[in-house]
Design a protein. Structure first.
Length: 245
């Protein structure tokens, strides 16, 4: 069922925020760090396994054959250049700060909690990649991992920012649900090969998110988001050239 990942994500946020509202004494910082490191390791392995699954295929002789290597490199380089040129990561961060300032003027913790949590849960590569993979392939592993992350952070946000965090689940439902539906609509125009290529690039970006969670450097994952869509663009260009030829 397409959209199941987003539904689970929404439930996790609501449960986590509800638990946070009941929690008065907060969560020890040492425990938060340990939990986030554990999730970071899991996200790295999730991305790695997904990428390797698409990068290698079993040959008729029973061996492993590597594929999409040059396309992977080209998409990451070109996609990264496009994202950096448009400053996607920087613009997303700037948008988040601008919205937070705007809503904080309204006063009260509700607006602050709602907008802060909504931005954290929606503005990020995991939301985009997970929603796209759900719509394109029906796989929800990425959104399940995101649900765990969001559920834990919702406890922390709920305890400190109040009931507005609970209603951020509506933002997640509308945002990720829309991406999933759109991906499902364009899926029919894609070949299985292109789906594999997009999944490969998505797995690499998920790995990068895990590195960021583990604080192993700081990869601007947002700037690499265009790379996911380049295999589809390349296929459309090739079809266009064949028609003209």
């Amino acid at each position: 069922m397409i959209g199941k990942g987003t539904i689970i994500n929404v439930i996790a946020i609501m449960v986590g925020a509800g638990g946070g509202l009941l929690l008065k004494n907060g969560i020890p910082e040492r425990m938060k760090q340990t939990i986030m490191q554990g999730i970071g390791l899991a996200v790295v392995m999730l991305g790695l396994s997904g990428a390797l699954q698409e990068l290698f295929q079993i040959t008729a002789a029973g061996g492993l054959e590597r594929r999409f290597t040059m396309l992977m490199i080209c998409c990451l380089v070109v996609g990264g250049m496009i994202g950096t040129g448009f400053r996607i990561e920087e613009r997303l961060e700037r948008l988040g700060k601008r919205l937070e300032r705007k809503f904080s003027r309204l006063g009260g913790n509700f607006a602050r909690g709602f907008i802060t949590a909504s931005l954290v849960y929606c503005v990020g590569a995991m939301a985009v990649v997970g929603a796209l993979e759900d719509g394109l392939t029906g796989k929800i592993e990425i959104l399940l991992s995101k649900s765990i992350l969001d559920g834990i952070s919702a406890v922390i946000f709920g305890a400190s920012l109040g009931p507005g965090v609970l209603f951020s689940a509506v933002s997640v439902f509308l945002y990720q649900g829309t991406l999933t539906i759109l991906a499902g609509l364009v899926k029919t125009a894609m070949s299985p090969e292109v789906l594999s290529q997009m999944s490969l690039l998505g797995g690499i970006l998920i790995m990068a998110i895990g590195f960021n969670l583990l604080e192993i450097g700081k990869i601007k994952v947002g700037d690499f988001l265009p790379a996911i869509f380049l295999p589809l663009l390349f296929e459309l260009v090739q079809k266009g050239l064949r028609v003209l030829g």
